[in-house]
Design a protein around this ligand. Structure first.
Ligand code: FAD
Length: 293
């Protein structure tokens, strides 16, 4: 099922993100975790694409399993930064052949060893190039893209970031999922600005439940997200106790999600990091709101 259809629904709903295994040995444990999350029957599940495409076949295998065995609508991520046109076309066909109707078209992070290279010969310099390629291929896929309420780390300013985001949407992107954020006001300001810029597609907020103190540093490094004082106090107080931190992190994420629903957002995407217990706890906390326990 296409996400463009799902996102038309007005009732509050949750979706979850999982990532593929990095090695064959961890495949089975990841598959079990993903299946446990699929059994929660979220509105959809997304499967990330390993940086540089190294684990691309696992992305598809996991995504196919979610769609076919569990009947959960699936979104397969695809990055393009180090890809040839041939690789991209093979991936587009493989996604369709796997019975998946949705693709998250991403540029991907530029690998360290490519950062100083001349980019003029690259097939894909931006996600927009990939979106155009998918559209031109004629594949019947619903295409999503990434957006950054706190601007992308490479962007000089938010005005340029939003200008390029508009190009991405005009190229054929039907919905946007946000980078994680810990202060909902940043999202509301961003939504106001992009709507003013004429971007009207659905925006799915991405919420990352921080369930251990080590995750905090990694999350900030990855996303550059602002940490509100309320969140910092929680990590200072509970960070040294794994169980307490997990409970507090889930409560913080739940609180963020309830505020988003209360302010008119319908679908919220949870970066559930292959942790069924975290996904289950958040879903239970919201059971009366989303009508699922
Ligand atoms: P783009 O949209 O191309 O933007 C990258 C930068 O280029 C931005 O600064 C933008 O403003 C600028 N830009 C865009 N167009 C132009 C233009 N025409 N001229 C000049 N500048 C321009 N990474 C993975 O490896 N695998 C994943 O599965 C994955 N999933 C993600 C899911 C979400 C929801 C998010 C938010 C990120 C995800 N990432 C993933 C990380 C993502 O790959 C990185 O953030 C990457 O650096 C940018 O990808 P993008 O698609 O947003 O790039």
């Amino acid at each position: 099922m296409k996400l463009s259809q799902i996102l038309k629904q007005n009732a509050p709903s949750l979706s979850f993100e999982v990532f593929p295994p990095k090695t064959t040995t961890s495949f089975e444990s990841v598959k079990h975790a993903v299946e446990a999350i699929a059994e929660l029957h979220p509105s959809f599940m997304s499967v990330t694409y390993g940086a540089g495409g190294g684990t691309s076949e696992y992305t598809l295998e996991i995504a196919q399993n979610i769609a076919k065995e569990h009947g959960v609508p699936t979104l397969a991520h695809l990055t393009c930064v180090s890809s040839t046109k041939d690789t991209v076309h093979k991936m587009i066909s493989a996604i369709k052949d796997a019975g998946i109707d949705n693709v998250m078209a991403l540029r991907g992070d530029i690998p360290e060893n490519m950062k100083d290279r001349d980019r003029s010969g690259w097939c894909y310099r931006h996600a927009t190039d990939l979106i155009r390629e998918i559209k031109e291929s004629g594949a019947d896929l619903c295409i999503g893209g990434a957006c950054y309420p706190e601007i992308h780390p490479e962007s000089a300013n938010q005005r340029d970031d939003i200008k390029y985001l508009k190009e991405k949407v005009d190229a054929g992107c039907e919905f946007l999922t946000t980078q994680m954020f810990f202060d909902n006001n940043l999202l509301y300001n961003f939504l106001y600005k992009i709507r003013e810029a004429g971007i009207t597609v659905p925006v799915i907020p991405g919420i990352m439940p921080i369930t251990n103190a080590n995750q905090v540093e990694r999350a900030i490094k990855l996303s550059g997200s602002f940490m509100p004082q309320r969140f910092k106090s929680l990590v200072d107080k509970f960070g040294s106790s794994p169980d307490a931190m997990k409970q507090a992190g889930i409560a913080y994420a739940t609180d963020q999600i309830i505020d988003l629903y209360a302010n008119g957002i319908t679908n919220v995407h949870v970066y559930s990091m292959n942790k069924p217990d975290v996904a289950q706890s958040i879903q239970s906390n919201l059971s009366a709101i989303i009508g699922r326990s």
